[in-house]
Design a protein around this ligand. Sequence first.
Ligand code: SF4
Length: 392
Amino acid sequence: MTRLLFNTESIKNFVIHENEISFYRNLVKRFPLDILMAKAATKRDDYWGKVITYSKKVFVPLTNMCRDTCSYCTFVKHPDDPEAKIMSPDEVLIAARKGENSGCKELLFSLGEKPEKRYAKPKKALAALGYNSMTDYLYDMCKMVIEKTSLLPHVNAGTLSKYELKKLKNVSASMGMMLETTSKRLNKKGEAHYGCPDKVPIQRIRTLVAAGSSKVPFTTGILIGIGETFDERIEALLLLEKINNQYGHIQEVIIQNFQRKPNIAMAEHPEPSLNDMLQTIALARIILSPSISIQAPPNLEREHIEYINAGINDWGGISPVTKDFINPQHPWPNIDALDTMVRNVGFELGERLTVYPKFNTQQFLSPTISAHISKSANKFHPTEKPKKLVSA
Ligand code: SF4
């Protein structure tokens, strides 16, 4: 039986079959969690060895305005909110320099989705800066970062067209967008993605596919505990595997847990348990190609070190200078403390760049980015720790 996810010509190759979902559903029923985790950990060890990586980065929230209204978001500000803003070029550069001086190698641009398409205020603010769209402004900010610092831009701008992806590829080392879920139910009234045009699953799948055909090293992932069913989690992971099989561009899959916060529409919604996270991480490792890095954030669960036993090989971005703007109530772990915790369970903590070594090819990196990586090599490989950096 076929589970026809999306009856659309452009993504017809990515149909998920019901028996694929039931296979993994039964696997979880048949094996206790510790056996599942051991299987996943062995698969991780075979490909990634005993190193858990992270990227030292500075976060730049270019704008906190967004045309979507996800029920779990604390990052977004309505344009009428006094805290709503678009960062100026000077503010971007100050943040970048601060990150560079603290040893960061990556600058992560995170921003709300196309606020100028819904609201007059961001449109006017962009016009005052000399731009028609956030994407054009973002392009120039990436260019400035490359010209004035050694940092590698990573772009997290939500759904993008093929044209936008190709343009931004010239000035960014990698890009990302969480798939989050394949559940169309969650766009209905009362659900997490009601009234969010960019959270209609097909829009995100189109971006993932366009990133693949544009050969963009890409980070994606799923957000668990926002109302999706267990089958829908499996479905999303199977879909990511199928898309990557076609294009080979997915470098990381993040498994992120929903966090309850005061003042959000989902303030009373239950959070996923540690076991939910461990089970999903193990399943992701079992379903996905071994070369895909599996990442889970270290600041959203007290027992995060357990994630290593479930098969992760990466913690994602950790910043010595900026907070987690998406989960501001959860500070990043101290890198030295994390190093000790990782060693205590028999692994090493390694720093990596935003772009993984296998994507350092002419197909995946623009000439501008390749030249920038070569030029910054001495900053990426500080002499006192030459072997600690897993770099492109
Ligand atoms: S798309 Fe992102 S920034 Fe916009 S409301 Fe949703 S989670 Fe927040």
